[in-house]
Write a protein that binds this ligand. Structure first.
Ligand code: AMP
Length: 283
């Protein structure tokens, strides 16, 4: 595996190989890697000739300075995991390398409301920063395929929109959410859970599964309200539970009027914020 910290060095390396006809798969991450990330890297490495993974904790997508400071950083462990996942190139830039002209130059894109609900309510400015870094990293790496997780469903939808409105020549591939045996979605943030918190965290996935069953007999608004109640237990504070159209991300009233429906939720377990989602319907 090659490691580059400078854009110019990465460019040079990729330029030579692209000229030889090799294809590039890209997995952007913020590090503290787990098996969910490894799956994305393996997918990239199976589908393309060169799997590039970036680790960059992007300051512009954090709306709370303490969250940015506390974001876990485990570089040695990350490198070991990438080595065993078929990663060809690790891109590890610092902030000035990604933002040579400063962090202010945000992308001016109409997200058509995709950034408004759910995470948009609870993390103002997050998606502007996320879109800014994804666009910048795509400009740097210029991959043929981009691999992102279903775990961050709203993020995926916004990146899909960004690629489409900017006519970027890259194929976006969705990777299924990897879970612990008890259903908890793998996340870099799980390592901050105490044993007691870890024990109750699977309630999130259990509630998503319950909602899928319950939707067979009750309306989406009723199920969403009941799910919020079910998630309100000692140690957990739910932020939202929304049953949305898979394309527009707007809450739905009636399951029959939509072909693709996803339930998305975010909860706080102590100081740790967890998000998850589950497809309710896909025709
Ligand atoms: P992050 O480092 O958390 O920004 O995540 C980097 C990429 O990994 C994003 O595309 C995430 O959606 C994806 N990802 C995070 N957790 C998982 C998971 N449990 N399963 C699959 N993909 C994941």
């Amino acid at each position: 595996m090659f490691l580059f910290k400078k854009v110019a060095d990465l460019h040079h390396f990729l330029h030579v190989r692209k000229k030889q006809g090799q294809t590039v798969g890209f997995v952007p991450t913020m590090g503290a890697l787990h098996q969910g990330h490894a799956t994305l890297v393996r997918q990239a490495s199976n589908a393309t000739d060169i799997a590039v993974c970036s680790i960059f904790v992007n300051p512009t997508q954090f709306n709370e300075a303490t969250d940015l400071r506390k974001y876990p950083r485990t570089p040695e462990k990350d490198i070991a995991l990438l080595l065993e996942s078929g990663c060809s190139v690790l891109f590890l830039p610092d902030v000035p390398e990604v933002y040579p002209d400063g962090q202010q130059s945000k992308l001016d894109i109409d997200f058509e409301q995709l950034d408004q609900p759910m995470e948009g309510v609870h993390r103002p400015g997050h998606f502007k920063g996320m879109a800014q870094v994804v666009k910048r990293l795509l400009d740097i790496v210029q991959p043929d395929q981009l691999f992102m997780g279903q775990k961050d469903y709203q993020q995926f939808a916004i990146v899909q929109h960004l690629i489409s409105v900017l006519h970027l020549p890259v194929k976006l591939v969705m990777s299924a959410t990897l879970r612990e045996p008890d259903g908890l979605a793998m996340s870099s943030r799980n390592m901050h859970l105490s044993p007691d918190q870890r024990a109750i965290a699977p309630l999130v996935f259990q509630t998503l599964n319950w909602a899928k069953e319950a939707l067979k007999v009750e309306s989406p608004p009723a199920i969403a309200a009941a799910a919020m109640k079910a998630l309100t237990v000692p140690g957990i504070v739910p932020e939202y539970f929304e049953i949305v159209d898979g394309k527009t991300l707007q809450s739905i009233e009636n399951l029959d009027e939509h072909d693709h429906v996803v339930a998305c939720t975010a909860v706080k377990v102590g100081e740790v914020r967890l998000i998850d989602n589950l497809e309710m319907k896909n025709l």
